[in-house]
Design a binder for this molecule. Structure first.
Ligand code: SAM
Length: 346
């Protein structure tokens, strides 16, 4: 039987704890029913696994409460809090998993809305939700920040924190020692600049004083623009039918690229070379916003390619990676810049 995605934000019991649950069910039978929602287990994944392991017939009961996402999360939180003693670090990891789930469901709901079906999850406001989740899971925002950084940069360590095998603070230390976080210190060439190169995760305000793209890169990008184009984070570049930049005077739209307020699919092409210091959530919102606004092509320049292993754009499966161009700026010590092009085929 499948486990509900909301139930899966909590780690499964393992080892001695699971064995002890199995022994208890074997000796005393199943004391509380397994709660299901539309054929999936919402509470009682461990009881179900234990019943299977010791050959006890499971008893099911259908959930009758509100099925609003935040209510389901609160229900799962309550039942888990009742019987499990999680550390603050584990609770932070659960809050981060819940946040990722909310973001996924929101994206899926928005897609359904676009195809004409109403879905309340689409109206969840991400920023507000993150704050609500930290409060909901009874943990501090600092812990959530650390856990979220781990999930992004060291997913295996994050899983260990979630499972209670490693404390959050020692996972953070371990990650620093492994050098898997992006800091000046573990990039020797960049260290030479004494920290003047802005990277993801630091607090530099990153504005540009001159056009960064060399002529041939601009020419390439220009040849890639099709139809009416939006150039987000354009800086001094003149490319694009509509130019957008939060910090640049004289552009057509001086707004935040992640929240433009422009109508869905209002551009054929959306091009963006975002700043390197974008916050975790902002980067996600930006990628969402690009897919929302573009009807035919997304062109994204950054140090990563926003594609899944099948070559589909991470935020919208109707965009497929068609080309990647790599170039080396003279600055940044020859660090590669990746220009990825995604098309709908429309
Ligand atoms: C990497 S630079 C773009 C450089 C440009 N491609 C060039 O070759 O000169 C990123 C740009 O994003 C702008 N920016 C930073 N935060 C922004 C935000 N929240 N919304 C829109 N633009 C933003 C900065 O002002 C900067 O011009």
């Amino acid at each position: 039987m499948q486990f509900h995605a909301v139930a899966n934000i909590y780690p499964l019991l393992q080892g001695v704890e699971f064995e002890s649950l199995c022994n208890s069910i074997k000796a005393n039978g199943l004391r509380s029913a397994i709660i299901t929602l539309e054929g999936q287990i919402l509470d009682g994944r461990n009881r179900y696994r234990a019943c299977e392991a010791v050959g006890v017939e499971p008893v099911f009961q259908e959930y009758t409460g509100s099925t609003e996402l935040l209510d389901l999360l609160a229900f799962v939180r309550d039942v888990n809090e009742e019987r499990r003693h999680l550390t603050s670090g584990q609770r932070a990891a659960v809050a981060v998993s819940a946040g990722a789930l909310v973001a996924d469901l929101k994206a899926a709901a928005e897609k359904r809305m676009k195809s004409g079906k109403s879905d309340p999850s689409a109206s969840l406001r991400q920023g507000k939700v993150a704050q609500q989740l930290a409060e909901m899971f009874g943990t501090g925002s600092r812990y959530v920040e650390h856990a979220s950084h781990l999930k992004e940069n060291a997913p295996r360590l994050f899983e260990q924190v979630l499972a209670g095998k490693v404390s959050l603070s020692s996972a953070v230390q371990q990650q620093k020692r492994n050098g898997s976080s992006v800091t000046y210190k573990n990039q020797p060439a960049i260290q030479v600049t004494r920290g003047t190169v802005p990277l993801a995760g630091n607090s530099h305000v990153y504005t540009v004083n001159k056009l960064l793209w060399p002529g041939e890169v601009e020419a390439l990008l220009e040849s890639l623009l099709i139809g009416r184009s939006l150039h987000m984070c354009c800086g001094k570049s003149k490319l694009g039918t509509v130019r957008l930049d939060l910090h640049e005077a004289g552009v057509d739209l001086q707004v935040d690229a992640a929240h433009t307020g422009q109508p869905d699919k209002s551009f054929d092409t959306v091009l963006c070379d975002p700043p390197y210091n974008g916050e975790f959530q902002w980067n996600h919102d930006l990628l969402d916003e690009m897919a929302r606004l573009a009807s035919r092509r997304i062109i994204f320049q950054h140090w990563f390619v926003p594609a899944n292993p099948n070559g589909l754009y991470k935020k919208a499966n109707n965009f497929r990676l068609t080309d990647i161009y790599v170039w080396q700026p003279k600055t940044y010590f020859g660090r590669a810049q990746l220009i990825s092009v995604f098309d709908t085929g429309a």
